[in-house]
Design a protein around this ligand. Structure first.
Ligand SMILES: Nc1ncnc2c1ncn2[C@@H]1O[C@H](COP(=O)(O)OP(=O)(O)OP(=O)(O)O)[C@@H](O)[C@H]1O
Ligand SMILES: [Mg+2]
Length: 286
């Protein structure tokens, strides 16, 4: 589901709407795990690296826009061999407020453990300026008493610029119970003492070169996309065929154009035929 989809308020286990610290409802789409592209190229070795990296407290997926950070994390979560539930939070710039940030993290954790952290909401609300000292120890205790291991994903972390939020996330990573792994995806490296974590082998890093598709994977992706682009379907119809949103198709189409260095659908099909990526034109579909 696209993040721009209908915003809905989340309901807690007792039927009340989960509240923002300021009193408004939390936007449920921030907690949704993004859908995988219908024509996803599977990355088994990358997913295995993530799945088997359980010694790492922090998993950092750091690469430019569109590199596939969100997709690889969602693929890991969907992997059959991964047993742990994923608490997922897609951050936005309003999460630079520490109380709001941690309220959203708590709401994400409650998507997999609905009763977690009773008392943390009150501590957050009354923490004044010092969330790290007054509320985070309670959150760490709550994570320690979860019924089973979980992965906490913080996607789009590059939007966080607040030193207070960074400091509190560093505190959480330092005090994480072994049963919780934090996976953080962003377009830049966060200031979270990465060198120290790296030195103690508690950091697993996935970067742009790791995310780059191999020639075979790129060809598989282009073949799937180009077959649809060369059809007479509109982008909206292609979206319907693939069960994905028009926005996803538009992003994906832009990516295909960039890979082929063209600027229109017609040029993409011509270029793909020149490169031998597409067969001869088929009769139009009725
Ligand atoms: N393995 C894959 N197979 C098919 N398509 C993919 C794959 N990985 C990424 N894509 C496509 O590439 C585009 C960008 O991927 P994604 O959203 O994961 O990037 P991102 O690094 O999270 O970008 P951003 O920094 O904007 O959040 C999406 O349209 C996605 O469908
Ligand atoms: Mg992303």
């Amino acid at each position: 589901m696209s993040r721009a989809c209908r915003e809905e308020a989340i309901s807690t286990s007792n039927g009340n709407e989960a509240a923002e610290p300021g009193g408004g409802p939390i936007v449920a789409t921030k907690l949704h795990i993004p859908e995988l592209p219908a024509d996803r190229v599977s990355r088994p070795s990358l997913v295995a690296e993530l799945r088997d990296g359980s010694r790492a407290r922090l998993i950092l997926v750091s690469a430019p826009a569109g590199a596939g950070k969100t997709t690889v994390l969602a693929s890991w979560r969907a992997d059959r061999a991964e047993q742990r539930p994923f608490a997922w939070l897609s951050l936005d710039s309003r999460d630079n407020d520490p109380v709001r940030f941690w309220s959203h993290v708590l709401a994400a954790v409650r998507t997999v453990a609905p009763d977690a952290g009773a008392g943390v909401d009150d501590a957050l609300r009354s923490s004044g300026g010092d969330v790290t000292a007054l509320a985070l120890p309670l959150l760490v205790n709550a994570l320690t008493s979860l019924p089973g291991p979980i992965v906490l994903v913080l996607d789009d972390y590059h939007v966080i610029t607040s030193a207070d939020v960074h400091q509190s996330v560093a505190f959480l990573v330092d005090h994480l119970p072994r049963t919780v792994q934090v996976a953080l995806a962003g377009r830049s490296d966060p200031p979270l003492g990465l060198a120290r974590l790296r030195a103690s082998a508690e950091l697993l890093e996935i970067r742009a070169p790791d995310l780059r598709l191999s020639a075979g994977e790129a060809t598989a992706l282009l073949n799937g996309s180009l077959r649809l682009l060369s059809s007479r379907l509109s982008l909206r119809e292609i979206g319907n065929e693939l069960y994905v949103s028009l926005n996803t198709i538009k992003t994906h189409t832009r990516n295909v154009y960039a890979k082929l260095r063209v600027s229109s659908r017609q040029q993409a099909v011509i270029r793909a035929r020149e490169l031998g990526l597409l067969g001869r034109p088929r009769a139009a579909r009725h």
